[in-house]
Ligand binder design. Structure first.
Ligand code: MN
Length: 250
C-alpha cells in the first residue's frame, strides 16, 4: 500500500511525524507537506507564485518533501509530479486541534484529504482535539488501523473521512462513533491593538461553541470520549432548495 501523507501544521510539526511513523507500519509512506504553518488556509491553491520543494530531514533522516504551497498544493504536486504513480491512500494530519463542525470549511488538514478524494484516491483527515501537551500516539495508531481497513473497504466516489480523536488517555477512550458534521462555529472577534510604530492592527481570536452539540454529531462524540469518523463530501448544492428556487420567476 502506497500512502501519501500531508498536513497543514507544516512538515516539522509533531503530529505529521507521529502519523508517518504509524503509517509506515502498514505501507510505503511519502510525505509531502507545507514548509511552514498553513492552518486555516482551507482549499487554497497557489497560482501566482512558483512552488519550491526541498528535502526535509527529521532525526537525521530523510523525512519528506517540504513545499512552499498549501495542503491542497502538496497533494496535487505529490500525485502529479513527485510520486511515481498514484498512491492508494491520502492521509492528512494529525492536526493539532479538532476539525469538527463548520470549521471543516476553513481547515487545511481536511482540504489535503479533500484534494486526494477529488483526484479519485481514498482519503482521510485526522485531528487531535487539543492544543496543549498533545499525545498523538492514540490518533496515530487509529490512523494505521483505518488505513488498513481502507485497503479492503471502498469509499464512494467523492466521499472522504474526517476523523477527530479526543485527547484522553488510551484507557479512557470509548471506541469509534460514526457521526454527522455538526453546525458549530467558532464565535470569533478581533482584538484591536497598536503596534510599536503607532499603527492599529487586528488579531482574530475566538471560542468554539456556545450551544449544545447536535445529537449524533462529531462534536458530541468527541466530547463523550469517542473517536469521531464523519463521511464528508464536497457537492455544496442545496438540493432541497433547488426545487423551490426553480419556481422563482427571474
Ligand atoms: Mn492545523
Amino acid at each position: 500500500m502506497r500512502i501519501l501523507v500531508t498536513n497543514d501544521d507544516g512538515i516539522y510539526a509533531e503530529g505529521i511525524y507521529a502519523l508517518a511513523g504509524a503509517l509506515a507500519r502498514v505501507g510505503e509512506v511519502t510525505v509531502v507537506a507545507p514548509d511552514t504553518q498553513r492552518s486555516a488556509v482551507g482549499h487554497a491553491i497557489t497560482l501566482t507564485d512558483p512552488l519550491r520543494v526541498t528535502e526535509a530531514r527529521r532525526n537525521k533522516k530523510f523525512f519528506g518533501y517540504a513545499t512552499s504551497g498549501t495542503p491542497a498544493d502538496c497533494v496535487k504536486l505529490a500525485i502529479k509530479s513527485i510520486m511515481k504513480g498514484k498512491p492508494d491512500l491520502v492521509v492528512s494530519g494529525i492536526n493539532l486541534g479538532a476539525n469538527s463542525g463548520m470549521n471543516i470549511l476553513y481547515s487545511g488538514t481536511v482540504s489535503g484529504a479533500t484534494e486526494g478524494a477529488l483526484l479519485g484516491i481514498p482519503s482521510f483527515a485526522i485531528s487531535l482535539d487539543t492544543f496543549v501537551r498533545p499525545d498523538f500516539s492514540v490518533a496515530a495508531d487509529f490512523a494505521a488501523k483505518l488505513a488498513q481497513a481502507l485497503n479492503k473497504k471502498r469509499l464512494p466516489k467523492g466521499t472522504l473521512l474526517n476523523v477527530n480523536v479526543p485527547a484522553v488517555p488510551r484507557t479512557r477512550l470509548k471506541g469509534v462513533k460514526f457521526t454527522s458534521q455538526s453546525h458549530e462555529l467558532f464565535r470569533d472577534w478581533f482584538q484591536k491593538r497598536t503596534d510599536p510604530h503607532g499603527q492599529t492592527y487586528y488579531w482574530m481570536t475566538g471560542k468554539f461553541r456556545t450551544s449544545a452539540a447536535k445529537p449524533g454529531s462529531d462534536v458530541e462524540a468527541i466530547d463523550k470520549g469517542h473517536i469521531s469518523v464523519t463521511p464528508i463530501q464536497f457537492d455544496l448544492t442545496d438540493y432541497k432548495f433547488l426545487s423551490e428556487l426553480e419556481t422563482w420567476d427571474i
